[in-house]
Design a protein around this ligand. Structure first.
Ligand code: F0G
Length: 461
């Protein structure tokens, strides 16, 4: 009888980079020097780097080839037109402004649209997005569905916006105070969880009813489209590219961090339907990013971005990508390690409160787990917990979030499933001794905004 062939990657490897497996003794010294902030580690001190999936993916031979034929003209370069055509063909927008990365796109667009006192409803605004809103003395209101906060719920679209929560906001504030609704696809902070096409349509209908534009924060739009295809019955026969076009029909504008689903190491953009808004944003782009046909990007990088948008929306690539995340999830689940369920698109989110039951929240639970994992195996994750949630900008009181998560973001086309095995085994070792972990860390220095990047910690006495 013939065997069913196992699933394997849709690519082979052409170039490799060595990584160093350090000793626990070395790691103990390094993390102390880093003031127990994983951002302060040097990359050579990390064996498997799951800090982020942003800009850390491996470009393809086609992308490296595109770099070589980049056009570095200041204005109107061929590379800009390649990029503009890709945005038109894949996402459906006529107007686009390149920026150096996603947060720069937010800066340019929000400079035009967000004013002091405004309200911006959305689904778990990403930290820089929220930062750009709060920096302008406006308020981000999270309307994510409650299922997102229950890591054990098997809800297929935990990234969705709760329509009642959203409509409450739209009713409460005058239209002039709400510049747009943000739909983050996928919802990074809630666990790389997708937003269904049905929810996108419903949000768009509500937005139309109240006369408010919709902005997609699109960093992982292709992973979102993959989940729509495999989890939302009526779209299973559409191609990823068809689903992507359908999704973006409902967004008046989009910001993009190209470092994720466009599989480049640096870059971003804003795309618009409105010529008027595009023109207004051109002024900010020229001042803060660069002229409108390069916006902080090299021509070669816009070329690689154009190819990346195409490759990133290929079903075979996406299936390989998401199946690797699911592989790690299945290993962890097998060990009984509590994670956000089901597996998200770009990362595993370990439920640190459940993982370390004997640690008070003031000890920074997810950060403590992140440090333990680094000490155990040289693996670097990132805290999505009280450090990231920061203090309330007005009262300055610590905002302890409902969930303390350790995010293990998987770079695209970078690690193998053997690395996933190491990650799972290391977490299992910590899980086995979880009862004995009763002390975490305390802050010795913090910045007034976005403190998690530069915070300095010491072991709690
Ligand atoms: N929006 C989302 C949903 C993001 O995840 C990010 C970045 C940004 C915007 C900002 O983009 O980094 O290009 O300026 N997320 C990275 C992460 C940093 O690790 O999740 P950027």
């Amino acid at each position: 009888m013939s065997m069913e062939l196992p699933f394997a990657e849709s690519y082979k490897i052409k170039m490799v980079e060595n990584i160093y497996r350090s000793t626990r003794k070395e790691r103990e010294a390094w993390i102390a020097t880093a003031k127990y902030n994983l951002f302060n580690l040097r990359s050579e001190q990390v064996y498997i780097d799951l800090l982020t999936d942003s800009g850390t993916g491996a470009m393809s031979d086609q992308q490296w080839g595109a770099l070589m034929v980049g056009d570095e003209s200041y204005a109107g370069s061929r590379s800009y037109y390649n990029f503009k055509n890709a945005v038109k063909n894949i996402l459906g927008y006529d107007y686009v402004l390149p920026t150096h990365q996603g947060r720069a796109a937010e800066n340019v667009l929000f400079s035009q649209l967000v004013k002091n006192g405004d309200i911006v409803p959305g689904n778990s605004h990403f930290d820089t997005t929220k930062g750009h809103i709060e920096f302008r003395k406006a308020t981000a209101i999270d309307c994510t569905v409650d299922e997102a906060f229950d890591t054990m719920s098997e809800c297929k679209f935990k990234g969705n916006l709760d329509l009642t929560k959203l409509e409450d906001v739209l009713k409460k504030y005058p239209k002039e105070k709400i510049p747009f609704i943000i739909v983050t696809v996928t919802n990074n902070t809630a666990g790389g969880q997708p937003v269904s096409l049905q929810n996108i349509k419903d949000v768009s209908a509500l937005a139309k009813k109240y006369g408010i534009p919709v902005l997609f924060d699109s960093a992982r739009f292709a992973e979102n489209a993959y989940f729509i295809k495999v989890r939302e019955e009526q779209y299973k026969d559409m191609s990823i590219k068809e689903i992507v076009l359908e999704m973006f029909k409902y967004a008046d504008m989009m910001t993009m961090s190209s470092k994720k689903d466009a599989i480049v190491n640096m870059g971003g953009f804003i795309a618009f339907r409105s010529q008027e808004l595009y023109r207004a944003c051109c002024v900010f782009n020229i001042m803060f990013e660069g002229y409108v046909t390069y916006g902080g990007m090299s021509g070669r990088d816009m070329n690689a971005l154009a190819v990346g948008l195409d490759e990133g929306t290929d079903f075979n690539y996406l299936e390989t990508r998401i199946k690797q995340v699911e592989y790690l999830f299945a290993l962890l689940d097998g060990y009984g390690i509590p994670c956000q369920r089901p597996a998200g698109g770009h990362a595993i989110f370990v439920d640190a409160k459940k993982m370390l039951p004997n640690l008070p929240k003031e000890h920074f639970i997810a950060q403590t787990l992140g440090i333990e994992l680094y000490l155990e195996a040289g693996i670097r994750g990132v805290e999505i917990g009280a450090l990231l949630a920061d203090r309330d900008p007005i009262t300055r009181i610590d905002r302890y979030p409902k969930l303390e998560l350790l995010r293990l973001a998987i770079p695209r086309r970078t690690y193998t499933n053997n690395h996933m095995e190491v990650i799972a085994a290391a977490l299992n070792n910590i899980y086995q001794r979880r009862e004995s972990i009763t002390k975490g860390y305390e802050i010795v220095y913090e910045a007034p905004i976005m403190r998690h990047f530069t915070v300095e910690l010491a072991p709690k006495k």
